[in-house]
Write a protein that binds this ligand. Structure first.
Ligand code: 5GP
Length: 189
């Protein structure tokens, strides 16, 4: 039986290559948590998770942090279906002004690819006047960037393949996989 905690079809499916194990991910998340604890020791941040992909990363990150961070979410959409971006990013909803005004804010992303989603999120949040605004992402694929963007905390930098697992989906599937898998690349990079 295939469960949520097994690789997509079977462990021998050649389309899915294991990229990072749950242990490797946990170690990087702990590193990032330590850095954020250090950087925000005097003023704990508000972590704004970009849904849906960041939900597992954010949950693990906040549990590794010692600081009492506050949690908010925002909902953006950039991918229509499959592995190709629609090129349009929309903010469906985000935190209230009261939640982030004059507070240090960190946007928590699953992956920064072209950077359009993160740039849109930053623009939306900036209008609500946070004291500071930074970006934390589990995965960074800088070669695909089409927007100028500073990413402050990064789990893993990589190139190429579309990835699934640990919150990341393909057509809403595979988010529950504890590791991260690369799909065979069937697109131009
Ligand atoms: P960007 O706007 O930076 O191009 O894309 C960011 C969003 O696209 C991510 O939050 C994620 O939802 C989706 N995305 C980009 N690359 C991948 C990928 O390799 N795998 C998955 N599952 N989603 C991706």
């Amino acid at each position: 039986m295939q469960t949520n905690r097994q690789p997509p079809t079977s462990s021998t499916d050649p389309r899915f290559t294991p990229l990072w194990t749950p242990e490797q991910i946990a170690n990087r998340v702990a590193d990032i948590a330590r850095k954020i604890d250090h950087d925000y020791a005097s003023n704990p941040p508000v972590l704004v998770g970009a849904l849906k992909g960041s939900f597992i990363f954010l949950a693990d990150l906040v549990r590794q942090m010692k600081l009492p961070a506050e949690i908010e979410f925002m909902r953006l959409s950039s991918y229509n279906a499959g592995t190709e971006s629609s090129g349009h990013v929309r903010v469906a909803w985000g935190p209230s002004v009261e939640a982030i005004k004059d507070r240090p804010v960190i946007v928590v992303e699953d992956i920064v690819d072209t950077g359009l989603t993160t740039s849109t999120a930053l623009g939306h949040l900036r209008r609500k006047r946070p004291a500071s605004l930074r970006v934390c992402t589990l995965l960074d694929r800088p070669e695909r960037r089409t927007t100028k963007l500073t990413v402050d905390y990064v789990g893993f930098t990589f190139s190429g393949r579309f990835v699934v697992g640990y919150g990341l989906d393909l057509d809403q599937r595979y988010r529950g996989l504890p590791g991260i898998y690369g799909l065979e690349d069937d697109r131009e990079n």
